[in-house]
Design a protein around this ligand. Structure first.
Ligand code: UD1
Ligand code: UDP
Length: 361
């Protein structure tokens, strides 16, 4: 069995790393393609170093662009790679443009696709990732879901049960493996902050940062929260550009940093008192770590982090963000770790792949 793993953007690296390791442990032939959707050293290379990912066998160097440009460029560059390497299975993760573009290429060449993190739905069609998720799941032969809600969403869309495999949350494999190393970093200490004495902020959704009015509203709320507890802001390049353009987010005690590597960020988050975010991955990581998370979005494709974990959904109303942050700071945090978020998801995926390959007609 020959497998081709695809990465493109920051949230892909920590999902492919444990799988690549498990495939290698099982002696399965595998190659790694990096589309280059994210390319700055602190959005890409640092994750190869921190996660011990092998150097990509192929780097497509796509870079930034509109959705159509980025998707089309990946499709054009990835097709010859497939023709060259002739994999049995292409593995894509998450919901970024590289995920859907590579799935389209493979499906059209009759090559099976496995989608890790399948079945998540925000039911918000204005979100580019929702389009990517639905299309990728439609194309994939193997749908590897993190939780029961994923299975249910797919069943509602008429997906045959034999394509759905609940394997758990692959991000948590990376978290479990790297937490001890992450705890040795000391970003907070370098900022003069103590464990539990600060909040962490990340913000990068176009709907939150590209409209100046929304950006000012959110950053205003964060500024007021930061007068109660300092806020360490790991700032995505998209957001950094918007903050420069608008001048938003300059008040309060907000310590703005360039994007951090995986170990430094995980270490920072693990010792924080509160996380404010619009990230998908952070909602899950905070649930595992038992840290309260206020999600600055109207909806989430990860409802289990609310129903079982430590997440709460604030929308983008400033008063609501402050209210939820205050109750998180003053109240008890309750939540539990969902089933199969146990650090063993990659091994379960390898088993699914082996069974699929052996039963192929
Ligand atoms: C992408 C994903 C999003 C994911 C996020 C994780 C899509 C549609 N969006 O959003 O789902 O949550 O990554 O971080 O795939 N930029 C740099 N350097 C980089 C990368 C980006 O400066 O290395 C800047 C560029 O100005 C670029 C902008 O960030 O135009 C946006 O990058 P892009 O990959 O298009 O989307 P993200 O907002 O990062
Ligand atoms: N992350 C990181 N450094 C940062 C911000 C995030 O290593 O400065 C990690 C985070 O721990 C998680 C992943 O990146 O594992 C989430 O990526 P992101 O928020 O960019 O994307 P999303 O999950 O929203 O698609």
């Amino acid at each position: 069995m020959r497998i081709l793993n695809v990465v493109g953007a920051r949230p892909n690296f920590m999902k492919i790393a444990p799988l690549a390791r498990a495939l290698s442990g099982a002696g399965i032939e595998q190659y790694l393609v990096h589309t280059g959707q994210h390319y700055d050293a602190n959005m890409s290379k640092v994750f190869f170093d921190d996660l011990g990912l092998p150097k990509p066998d192929v780097y497509l160097g796509i870079g930034s662009g509109s959705h159509a440009q980025q998707t089309a460029k990946v499709m054009e560059a990835f097709e010859p790679v497939l023709l060259d390497w002739k994999p049995d299975l292409v593995v894509v993760v998450g919901d970024v443009n590289s995920t859907v573009a590579c799935s389209l290429d493979a499906a059209k060449l009759g090559i099976a696709v496995a989608h890790v993190e399948a079945g998540l739905r925000s039911y918000d069609w204005s979100m580019p990732e929702e389009i990517n998720r639905v299309v990728t799941d439609r194309l994939a032969a193997l749908l590897l879901t993190p939780s029961a809600d994923g299975d249910e969403n797919l069943a509602k869309e008429g997906v045959a049960p034999e394509r759905i495999h609940r394997v758990g949350n692959i991000m948590i494999d990376s978290l479990v493996q790297h937490l001890p190393r992450a705890r040795q970093t000391d970003v907070a200490g370098r900022l003069g902050l103590k464990a539990q004495g600060y909040a962490v902020l990340t913000l990068h959704r176009p709907s939150n940062v590209d409209d100046p009015e929304v950006l000012f509203r959110i950053m205003g709320a964060v500024e007021r929260i930061s007068r109660r507890i300092p806020v360490v802001f790991s700032c995505h390049p998209r957001t950094a550009a918007r903050l420069e353009e608008t001048g938003a987010g300059t008040g309060g005690d907000i310590r703005r940093l360039d994007p951090l590597g995986y170990h430094e960020f995980l270490g920072l988050m693990a010792d924080s008192r509160l996380v404010l975010t619009d990230s998908g991955g952070l909602q899950e990581e905070t649930t595992y770590l038992g840290i309260p998370c206020v999600t600055i979005r109207e909806n989430t494709e990860r409802p289990i982090t609310i129903n079982e974990g430590t997440n709460s959904l604030a929308g983008t109303d400033a008063a609501r963000i402050e209210e939820l942050a205050t109750s998180a700071l003053e109240g008890e945090t309750t939540g539990r770790i969902p089933d199969l978020w146990d650090g063993k998801t990659a091994d379960r995926i390898v088993k699914v792949f082996r069974d699929w390959f052996n039963n192929r007609s």
